[in-house]
Design a binder for this molecule. Structure first.
Ligand code: NAD
Length: 256
């Protein structure tokens, strides 16, 4: 379905971003990976799906590096047709104790980077009259949780940015939608499981059950594979008139 299209997925060396990149690669898209840590492993996973793959290591907190990444993607594959704004970090602390540098980093990486990548991707999508911008927000773009001020503020911002991007392009073939996962067992959440296990002196398995039990009626983690298939749907012809939604995949978290 996505042959000859190019997808750039930020923060795709791990977790949800890698799951979405693999799902788009299975549909035939060329993939531009981004993120830190092991690069060769994720590149090999995409190549094994017989998709063309490139990598750019832009730090998403740095606008000039985002500009270089977008130029690199265009030089490599012609243009970016599908932009998945996914890179994100978390920090958990009460507001009065929240480190100021963590606030700035979360807003920069989880919110402002999506603005920069979107503004840079839009002109080519508008010229082609086809584009898909998918913002990985969170249930925390829809509801709050204690001790996640910066993350909740950033993710609500991402949902707002999604709506405005969708509206400004509503008469064109360029759509923008947000995905709002509940708990997904990636390194980002494993840190929170570890912190809970240590704080309560319980096993890793018990900490996972406690985490799920607090928020997620299904008592199941959403998977990167499931989120990848939602991204594929947003790229499909059936989703041509899906514009500005914030679609939660959260085991019932925000239905309560
Ligand atoms: P993860 O830690 O597995 O992956 C994060 C990715 O972002 C990695 O590839 C990492 O290298 C990259 N990254 C981090 N800082 C970066 C920077 N400055 N520049 C470039 N890349 C950077 O986490 P994940 O759980 O897969 O999270 C992906 C997205 O999904 C995030 O936006 C997160 O907020 C969101 N999300 C996660 C969950 C969850 O339960 N895991 C739930 C809702 C939303």
């Amino acid at each position: 379905m996505l042959a000859n299209k190019t997808a750039l997925v930020t923060g795709s060396t791990s977790g949800i971003g890698l799951g979405i990149a693999k799902a788009l690669a299975r549909q035939g898209a060329n993939i531009v990976l981004n993120g830190f840590g092991d690069v060769e492993g994720p590149k090999a996973e995409i190549a094994a799906l017989r998709a063309k793959v490139a990598y750019h290591g832009a730090d998403m907190s740095k606008p000039e590096e985002i500009e270089a990444m977008m130029a690199f993607a265009a030089a490599e594959f012609g243009q970016v047709d599908i932009l998945v704004n996914n890179a994100g970090i978390q920090h958990v602390a009460r507001i009065e104790n929240f480190p100021v540098d963590r606030w700035d980093a979360i807003i920069a990486i989880n919110l402002t980077s999506a603005f920069h990548a979107t503004r840079l991707a839009l002109p080519a999508m508008q010229a082609a009259n086809w584009g898909r911008i998918i913002n990985v927000a969170s249930v925390h773009g829809l509801v709050g949780s204690a001790e996640k001020s910066a993350y909740v503020a950033a993710k609500h911002g991402v949902v707002g940015l999604t709506k405005v991007t969708a509206l400004e392009n509503a008469t064109s073939g360029v759509t923008c939608n947000a995905i709002c996962p509940g708990w997904v067992l990636t390194p980002l959440v494993q840190k929170q499981v570890d912190a809970k296990a240590a704080a309560l002196g319980v096993s890793n398995d018990d900490a996972k059950k406690l985490l799920l039990g607090e928020k997620e009626p299904s008592m199941q983690f959403t998977t990167p594979e499931e989120l990848g298939e939602l991204a594929v749907f947003f790229c499909s012809p059936a989703a041509a008139n899906v514009r500005g939604v914030a679609w939660n995949m959260d085991g019932g978290w925000v239905a309560q």
